[in-house]
Design a protein around this ligand. Structure first.
Ligand SMILES: N[C@@H](CCC(=O)N[C@@H](CS)C(=O)NCC(=O)O)C(=O)O
Length: 207
């Protein structure tokens, strides 16, 4: 069985690809053009009517949403030890950060990068853009405080959400008025450690 990942660079699909690399399972990339604000490949729209990547397909199934794909891959490949099992005391925290990343942090980035989707009138876009930059400060501060002196989000145990965290830090952009990562020393430490893992490096900093 080979997974198929609807993919583009840079994009949210890169975190899923790094997880597939960590697992070491066969996968194919379906290179997908998301550059146009209006046009999407019908094959992508059939798999995800939102027109977003990532989409993960396998056998006769496919799903979208980074968070859902992360849980699915971790659960289908427990041998990779990328997530606490359902009965593990750390499972709750794993899910908490995964949902926080996709529902709070990713949305704050969307407010910055796709401001028009959050405004009824063009005149409001600057206000939303500025607020989203401040919102990113707020949400990253929450993560930074929670990490404290830990090595990873789950303490001393690496998991798939550390890859997700790293990917999200790569989206911080001074051009959009976002805070610099140095403001969040604990987040930066986890991101730097995640980035040095061979699987992650092979996706985000290929030779
Ligand atoms: N909630 C979705 C968001 C995915 C997302 O925003 N993907 C971006 C790439 S980074 C995309 O496809 N953007 C195209 C668009 O927004 O039209 C997820 O977590 O998978």
């Amino acid at each position: 069985m080979t997974y198929r990942l609807y993919y583009s660079e840079p994009s949210a699909a890169m975190g899923v690809r790094a997880i597939l690399e960590e697992i070491g399972t066969p996968y194919e990339l379906v290179w997908t053009d998301i550059s146009s604000p209006t046009w999407r490949d019908p094959a992508l729209l059939a798999a995800n009517p939102n027109g977003w990547i990532p989409v993960l397909a396998w056998e006769n199934s496919s799903i979208y949403e980074c968070g859902a794909i992360t849980v699915l891959l971790c659960d289908r490949h427990p041998e990779a030890a990328l997530a606490p099992a359902a009965s593990d005391p750390d499972r709750g925290l794993f899910l908490q950060w995964l949902f926080y990343f996709s529902s709070s942090i990713q949305v704050a980035y969307q407010m910055s990068y796709h401001t028009e989707r959050f405004c009824a009138a063009t005149k409001d876009e600057d206000s939303v853009r500025q607020r989203s930059a401040r919102r990113l400060e707020e949400v990253w501060q929450v993560v930074d405080d929670a990490i404290g002196e830990n090595s990873w989000l789950l303490g001393e145990r690496f998991s798939a959400i550390d890859i997700y965290l790293y990917m999200l830090t790569t989206w911080l952009s001074p051009k959009y008025g976002h805070p610099v990562i140095d403001r969040f020393a604990n987040v930066q430490r986890v991101a730097t450690s995640a980035a040095t893992r061979p699987a992650v490096r092979s996706v985000f900093q290929p030779d």
